[in-house]
Design a protein around this ligand. Sequence first.
Ligand code: 8ID
Ligand code: ZN
Ligand code: ZN
Length: 353
Amino acid sequence: MAPEIPQMQWAQVIEKTGGPVQYKQIPVQKPGPDEVLINIKFSGVCHTDLHALNGDWPLPTKLPLVGGHEGAGVVVAKGELVTDIEIGDHVGVKWINGSCLACDFCQQSDEPLCPHVLLSGYTVDGSFQQYCIAKAAHVARLHKDIPLDAVAPVLCAGITVYKGLKESGAWAGQTVAIVGAGGGLGSLAQQYAKAMGLRVIAIDTGDEKKKMCLEQLGAEAFVDFATSKNVVKDVQAQTEDGLGPHAVILVAVNERPFQQAAEYVRPRGSVICIGMPAGAYLKAPVFETVVKMIAIKGSYVGNRKDSAEAIDFFRRGLIKAPYKVVGLSELQMVYDKMQAGEIAGKYVLDTSK
Ligand code: 8ID
Ligand code: ZN
Ligand code: ZN
């Protein structure tokens, strides 16, 4: 029997850039022919949602906007072209809500680069509502044994850091520095790195984040960027030969570390840019970049295969990062804490509260 779908639902709506976000009732939409309607049970909060609220990226959002792109839930309706998903299936709404599947990039499974890409919680409404629409081709397939609250952070943060670690080219036994290790992406990055056999130097600030990185997430060392007198020297000192980590994964929301990473990365190493601080620029000394043969590159979420692999790591019990569950109604509180840099790990919203 088809589940009952209400006419109205609770959602967090951005009516004007800058906020505050409004908790209110809005109509439930109907899925198009190639879409599914998902009853979102839990949604993670990513710093990208805060960039969308603040409007600080050079890409305009839709308005009014329902944010959110780490939504885990149950399919309650589908369009007539959807043949490989059934009502009742568990799925995840990712940042990539849909893509054309026909362009040069989609053909090569670089769907995030599609010129017609739809972005959940940015150019189309996302998962900070009880019923969300996504293109069937792109929703993440979730086995029913996967807990929907714990998997939510994997749907953006997990996929993104897993892809970034792959892009870094670092392999088992090598060392990665994770910059912004105490935040949402950073906490998951440490778990993925560990599961991939990598050794981790965590970089962030404060005792709570330090304790979480060293005692819960598997980092071998922690460098506090706020109290360190010389971050470059302190990071390099954490590698046995003093030559620095093989890769640097930048997930901080601050320009400074993007100017610094090339100085401490190991010769032949890679600097992977993932965080997107507003208005920031990269800087690296040309001389050292050349003579150390450093690769500097960007990494943007992941394709459908990266997503399935990242979820599989989680399903096998290899990814355990701390998160706090609060009601959907409390999103503004989460944004305020995030803006202040006070969140160790992640917040996940329960859409029933
Ligand atoms: O596909 C992508 N490239 C992608 C996907 C998802 C998210 C990119 N992002 C971007 C977000 O838009 C955001 O800009 O990654 C960035 C990080 O998202 P997040 O992990 O959700 O943010 P957070 O939880 O606020 O964590 C940021 C951490 O950075 C630390 C903070 O203390 C916090 O723990 N940090 C800062 I701010 N400055 C630092 C510094 N100088 C720093 N850590 C080390 N050194
Ligand atoms: Zn395309
Ligand atoms: Zn995200």
